[in-house]
Design a protein around this ligand. Sequence first.
Ligand SMILES: *[C@@H]1O[C@H](CO)[C@@H](O)[C@H](O)[C@H]1NC(C)=O
Ligand SMILES: *[C@@H]1O[C@H](CO)[C@@H](O)[C@H](O)[C@H]1NC(C)=O
Ligand SMILES: *[C@@H]1O[C@H](CO)[C@@H](O)[C@H](O)[C@H]1NC(C)=O
Ligand SMILES: *[C@@H]1O[C@H](CO)[C@@H](O)[C@H](O)[C@H]1NC(C)=O
Ligand SMILES: *[C@@H]1O[C@H](CO)[C@@H](O)[C@H](O)[C@H]1NC(C)=O
Length: 458
Amino acid sequence: MAVVMNVFLHFLCFSASLYSVTGLNSDGKTLLSMLKHWTVTPLSIKFSWNAAHSSPCSWAGVKCDNRIDAQFVVALNLSSFDISGWLGPEIANLKHLKSIDLSYNRLFGSIPPELGNCTLLEDLDLSDNNLTGGIPQSIGNLHNLQSLTLGQNSLGGTIPPSIWNSTSIEYLCLNLNHLVGSLPRSLENLEELVYLDVSNNLLEGNLPSVLGNCKKMDTFVFSENLFSGNLPSVFGNIPPELGGCKSLVELRLYENQLEGEIPVELGKLSDLEDLYLFTNRLTGKIPTSIWKIPGLRNVLLYQNHFSGELPEEITEMKLLRYLLLYSNKFSGVIPQGLGINSSLEIVDVSDNQFTGNLPPDLCFGNQLRVLYLGLNNIQGSIPPGVWRCSSLKRLILKQNQLTDDGITMESLLLGFVCGLILGLLTASLMFYTHKPRWFHEIIEVLEICVSSRKQKKN
Ligand SMILES: *[C@@H]1O[C@H](CO)[C@@H](O)[C@H](O)[C@H]1NC(C)=O
Ligand SMILES: *[C@@H]1O[C@H](CO)[C@@H](O)[C@H](O)[C@H]1NC(C)=O
Ligand SMILES: *[C@@H]1O[C@H](CO)[C@@H](O)[C@H](O)[C@H]1NC(C)=O
Ligand SMILES: *[C@@H]1O[C@H](CO)[C@@H](O)[C@H](O)[C@H]1NC(C)=O
Ligand SMILES: *[C@@H]1O[C@H](CO)[C@@H](O)[C@H](O)[C@H]1NC(C)=O
């Protein structure tokens, strides 16, 4: 019976475009005609897209504007339907579409340029497919477009300049493709832009210095591209104009080839929570204005050439969670108030030139999970607030000038921790039931033991 039903449905589907099916309106016929390009049609579509209906309004993934008697399709949401196949040009016949969401399928081939005919489109999401070819120029005809999401495909070529004419775009996401070329000055046309993500492409050139009226932008992701600059200036290649993007909450410019200093103007980003500038070639001191942004939570500046000391202002950043500064040339004493009245979770300042004592209150909020201090010149003993930190799972102290006077290093790290490892060798069961969370950290812990034993020998 199921087989007969299936054959019957197939007959209906595939005959729909050949023979006019009495009753079914034109949008319904268009939808059925799209099926012929699909190699895998999900069951929910097979069973609900019924050519005997008069309109497609009850079909899976289809939404009509029911106020209009003609029952036009206004939204098509087949996200995660497991469709495999090609997106045919027929879709452009659905002239009343305002929203298309075909994300998370296995669509391949290129984006039909005919989509530019769906001029009422406000929302187009083709992300997470296997689309190739370029972004059609005709997308620029979609003057009502508010959200364009083409991320996680294999799209190539340049971003067509016409896109920058779709001035109503608020959300533009082109990440994880193979797009080349640079971002043009005309980006400034997109005054409504709230979210821009062009990360993980092959884009190059300067970061556009004219970000126009980016007053509404809250997220800016330009990471993992080939952005680099050729105009040397004191501000380097992070354009100071970015400081005008007042609503920015996330700024992600990591893994590029950015040079120069962080512009002081970035300190004007008073809503900023995430500052990800890691793995670039940035130099100089971090402007104090940055450390004064009250809501900053995650500061990831590792693998650059930053220098200078951390200012006292850092101790006022009560919302700071992640502070990752490793592999730079920071120097001086880490401000001793760091961590007081806050809840740091990950602190990695390893591979710098820090001196002085360890701040005693890094674990104040009992959230500290990772503390990496290796490869510095930190002196003195490990403060009780650190060795008593019960949330701590990973600790690297190697290659510093830490002394293990008194009970600290000796009895807690060598005694307690290394004792546990010895315990593991002789009675592994006990270990498992005792402190299993250390299991994954053995390597790190061994590093502590080995480096402190070496110190003892010398
Ligand atoms: C499409 O449906 C999915 C799953 O129900 C939902 O998460 C998504 O927001 C919808 N897309 C649109 C544009 O409404
Ligand atoms: C769709 O747009 C193309 C150009 O992109 C045009 O040639 C064609 O006539 C349009 N089709 C319809 C059905 O409007
Ligand atoms: C995407 O397409 C490429 C080339 O056609 C193919 O090699 C790859 O396996 C496809 N990936 C998926 C996830 O289907
Ligand atoms: C963008 O719009 C301007 C003015 O409306 C027009 O002159 C220009 O040709 C358009 N650019 C593209 C690439 O469509
Ligand atoms: C920490 O909080 C307490 C109580 O709110 C306050 O008295 C103290 O001044 C704060 N210390 C710092 C360094 O912010």
